[in-house]
Design a protein around this ligand. Structure first.
Ligand code: SF4
Length: 656
C-alpha cells in the first residue's frame, strides 16, 4: 500500500496498536532530548524508575534555557545534569553549546528516526524527516529507560506547497499562513506532512522553522521528506551517513490536504498576544519598536544569522531600539566569527547574547513597560517576555532586522533587494562542548552531584473513588502552561524544587491561587485548549503537589493532558460545553464512584454541591491512560511497589 513519510517512520517503530487516527499506538523511541528546566525532573524520574542506563540509540541532555547563574541553584542544576548524563550513559551538551533543537539538527538528527523530547518544539526534527514529538519529562524518562511512547495516532494532513517565494518571504511565513488559517488549536490530533514541488525552494533551515512552529498549531508532529536539500545539510555537517532518501509513495493517501502557493505569500507577522493573530506586515507598518530580539529555536540558524548580518552590514541600529541577538549554537557563533558576520552585527550595534533560549523564556531582555518587541521567536503569549503589558510581535529574521534599522515595523523591501548569502558547503565541526557517554563500568562509578535546591520528586497515592472540593480557579480559553507555571528569572532556578516552585502556580492570573489550593485541594475549570504551549510538566506536577484533583475543561492541549494523567490529575471535558458557564470559582463540586466511572468510559456525573445541580463530563483517555490514572500516575504505574517517601506522602495526603 502506498504510504506517506509519517506512516513509513511510525510503522517502522510501531510496537503496539494500529496506525489509525485516534487509536492508541506505542512507538519505539530511537533518540531522546531533555533540556535543563525539564531535564532535572526527567533525570530524577529516570532514577525513580530504577533504570541503570539509557537504552536509546542516543539520549542528549542539553543546557540551554536557564544559563543565567544568578545563584547556586542553576549552577547546581547544571552540575547535576552533567553528572546524571555521565552516570546513565547520555550525551551532555554543555551550557553555551546552543539551543537543544538547533544543536540536535546539526549534530544528532538522523533521517527516519524517532525523537522524543521534554520540550514542545522537539517537532523541529521533522525538518530532517524524523518524527519528533514533545512530551512531559516522565514520558521521556520512561523512553530513556527503554519503554515505548504511547500516543493517539494523529490524522495526517498533507501540506502541499507549490510555487516559489517572492523576495523577502521565507519559511516562517509558511507556518504563519497555517496559523492564520487554522489557529493555535487547528493542529490538535494531527501530524503535518509537507509535500509538493514548492519543497525544492526550502532549505533545511526553513523547514526547521516551519516544523518548529507546528507546536504552535497544537500538532502532534510535523515532517518533511528527505531529499537532496536534506543531504546537502547533513553533508555540510559532515554527517552524510545520517542521510537516506525518504519520501511519500505516489498515491499515498492523507486524511486532509491543505494547499499553499508560496508565490502568493507576503511577509507576515503575528501580533500580540497569540501566534495565530497573523496579519500581513504591511497592515502594521509604522508601529514604533523598542526592542528587537533575534534567535530562539525557530530562527537562530546560520542562514538566519547570515541574512541579518548582511542586512545590518555598514548600517546602525535605530537609536530607540535595543537589538539583541542569540545565535542558536556554538557552531553558528564560530562560523560567524570566522567569516566576519559577527563583527558586522556588533558594529551595527547588536547586543550578542550567549547561545541559548534567553529572552524567549523570559530570562532577561524584558521589554520596557508598555513597550513593543519584535521577535523572531515562536510564542508571544502575554507576559512571557517578562513585562506584563509589553506588546510582542513575531516575525521572520528579515522583518526583525528591518524593524531594528527603521525603529518601526516596516516591510524589509524598503531596504531594496534581499541579500544573497553564501553558506559553506562544509561547516567547521567542533564538538568539544558535547561530552560523550562513558563506558558502562566507568559510568557506574560516577557520583550524581545534587545541591540543596534539588528536592525529591513528589508522588501521590492511587486515585480515590470520590473526590470533592472547591473550584479554585475558573479560567478562560487558551490557558498556557506559562500561565499555569510561569517561566521567569525567579521561578526557573526552582525547577528542581517542587515545594518552592509550587508557590508560584498561576501567580500571574491569581496571586492567591497557590495558597487556596494548598489549603483545601480542589479543581480547576478551563475553556478551550487548556494547557497549550510549552511541554513543561511542572504545570501538572506543581498543582498536583498543591492538591489539584481534576481539571474540567472544554478541551485540552495534547501534552498537558498527558502530563495531568502522568501525575494522577483527572482531565475531564464537558459533555455540554454550555455547562462551563454554570460553574464559578468557589463552587464546591463532588465526583463519586470516580474509578468505576472512568473505567466504564461513559459520562461522568459531576455534582455542584454549592448550586445544587449535576452536570455530565467525559474523559478522552485510552484504556492504558485510565490505568495510569487509577494508579495515581505513571511512576506508580511503572513501579507499583515503590513506597513514597515522607515528603512524597505529604503531598499525597494533602491532595486527597
Ligand atoms: Fe528555548 Fe524558546 Fe525554543 Fe522553548 S521555544 S526551546 S524557550 S528557544
Amino acid at each position: 500500500m502506498a504510504r506517506t513519510v509519517a506512516q513509513k517512520i511510525t510503522e517502522e517503530h510501531l510496537v503496539e496498536g494500529r496506525f489509525a487516527p485516534g487509536e492508541e499506538i506505542g512507538l519505539r523511541i530511537d533518540q531522546t532530548l531533555t533540556q535543563d528546566i525539564t531535564g532535572t525532573m526527567a533525570w530524577l524520574e529516570f532514577e525513580a524508575i530504577g533504570a541503570e542506563r539509557v537504552r536509546t540509540e542516543a539520549s542528549v541532555s542539553y543546557v540551554d534555557h536557564n544559563l543565567f547563574q544568578g545563584g547556586f541553584e542553576a549552577s547546581d542544576d547544571h552540575r547535576f545534569l552533567q553528572s546524571a548524563a555521565a552516570r546513565f550513559g547520555a550525551y551532555f551538551s554543555r551550557p553555551g553549546n546552543g539551543i537543544c533543537h538547533q544543536v540536535h539538527l546539526e549534530r544528532f538528527g538522523v533521517v527516519g528516526k524517532t525523537l522524543l523530547g521534554s520540550d514542545s518544539h522537539t517537532c523541529t526534527a521533522g525538518a530532517l524527516a524524523m518524527i519528533g514529538i514533545g512530551a512531559g519529562g516522565l514520558d521521556v524518562a520512561a523512553a530513556m529507560a527503554g519503554a515505548p511512547f504511547f500516543l493517539k495516532a494523529p490524522r495526517i494532513v498533507e501540506v502541499r506547497l507549490t510555487g516559489s517565494f517572492q523576495p523577502w518571504v521565507s519559511g516562517k511565513d509558511v507556518i504563519f499562513e497555517l496559523l492564520r488559517r487554522l489557529t493555535v488549536k487547528g493542529g490538535v490530533g494531527k501530524l503535518f506532512e509537507y509535500a509538493g514541488p514548492g519543497l525544492k525552494a526550502l532549505s533545511v533551515y526553513e523547514r526547521a522553522a516551519i516544523a518548529n512552529m507546528g507546536a504552535e498549531l497544537g500538532a502532534t508532529s510535523s515532517v518533511f521528506p528527505s531529499d537532496e536539500r536534506t543531504r546537502e545539510f547533513l553533508a555540510s555537517q559532515q554527517r552524510e551517513d545520517a542521510w537516506r532518501p525518504l519520501s511519500a509513495d505516489a498515491g499515498a493517501a492523507c486524511d486532509e490536504t491543505i494547499e499553499i502557493d508560496l508565490g502568493a505569500l507576503a511577509p507576515l507577522i503575528a501580533c500580540p498576544h497569540s501566534p495565530d493573530n497573523v496579519k500581513e506586515v504591511r497592515e502594521v507598518e509604522g508601529v514604533k519598536v523598542n526592542q528587537v530580539a533575534i534567535g530562539s529555536c525557530t530562527n537562530s540558524s546560520l542562514a538566519d544569522m547570515m541574512t541579518v548580518a548582511a542586512m545590518l552590514r555598514g548600517k546602525t541600529v535605530h537609536p530607540d531600539v535595543s537589538l539583541v541577538i542569540a545565535p542558536g549554537s556554538k557552531q553558528v557563533v564560530e562560523e560567524m566569527a570566522r567569516n566576519g558576520a559577527l563583527a558586522d552585527l556588533i558594529e551595527a550595534g547588536a547586543r550578542i547574547l550567549e547561545s541559548g533560549c534567553g529572552p524567549c523564556i523570559g530570562m532577561g531582555q524584558a521589554p520596557p513597560s508598555g513597550g513593543v518587541s519584535v521577535r523572531s521567536f515562536n510564542r508571544n503569549f502575554a507576559g512571557r517576555a517578562g513585562t506584563p503589558d509589553a506588546q510582542v510581535y513575531l516575525a521572520s529574521p528579515a522583518v526583525c532586522a528591518a524593524a531594528a534599522l527603521f525603529g518601526e515595523i516596516r516591510l524589509p523591501s524598503a531596504l531594496g533587494d534581499p541579500p544573497q548569502i553564501a553558506l559553506p558547503q562544509r561547516v567547521h565541526i567542533d564538538d568539544s562542548s558535547i561530552i560523550r557517554p562513558l563506558p558502562v563500568e566507568q559510568a557506574k562509578r560516577v557520583e550524581i552531584l545534587r545541591g540543596p535546591n534539588i528536592k525529591p520528586l513528589p508522588r501521590r497515592g492511587p486515585l480515590p473513588d470520590s473526590i470533592s472540593g472547591p473550584i479554585v480557579l475558573a479560567a478562560g480559553d487558551n490557558i498556557t502552561t506559562d500561565d499555569i507555571m510561569p517561566a521567569a528569572p525567579h521561578t526557573l532556578p526552582l525547577r528542581s524544587n517542587i515545594p518552592a516552585i509550587a508557590e508560584h502556580v498561576f501567580e500571574r492570573l491569581d496571586a492567591s491561587f497557590a495558597r487556596r489550593l494548598k489549603e483545601h485541594g480542589g479543581f480547576i475549570v478551563g475553556g478551550e485548549n487548556y494547557g497549550q504551549g510549552s511541554s513543561r510538566e511542572h504545570a501538572a506536577l506543581a498543582p498536583m503537589f498543591l492538591g489539584l484533583k481534576a481539571v474540567l475543561a472544554k478541551s485540552f492541549a495534547r501534552i498537558h493532558m498527558a502530563n495531568l494523567v502522568n501525575f494522577g490529575i483527572v482531565p475531564l471535558t464537558f459533555v455540554d460545553a454550555k455547562d462551563y458557564d454554570r460553574l464559578s470559582t468557589g463552587d464546591v463540586i463532588e465526583i463519586s464512584g470516580l474509578r468505576r466511572q472512568l473505567q466504564s468510559g461513559g459520562a461522568i456525573a459531576v455534582k455542584n454541591i454549592t448550586k445544587g445541580f449535576e452536570l455530565r463530563a467525559r474523559h478522552n483517555l485510552t484504556p492504558r491512560q485510565v490505568k495510569v490514572l487509577l494508579a495515581g500516575g505513571l511512576l506508580n504505574f511503572l513501579r507499583p511497589a515503590e513506597k513514597p517517601s515522607a515528603q512524597q506522602r505529604d503531598s499525597s495526603l494533602r491532595s486527597e
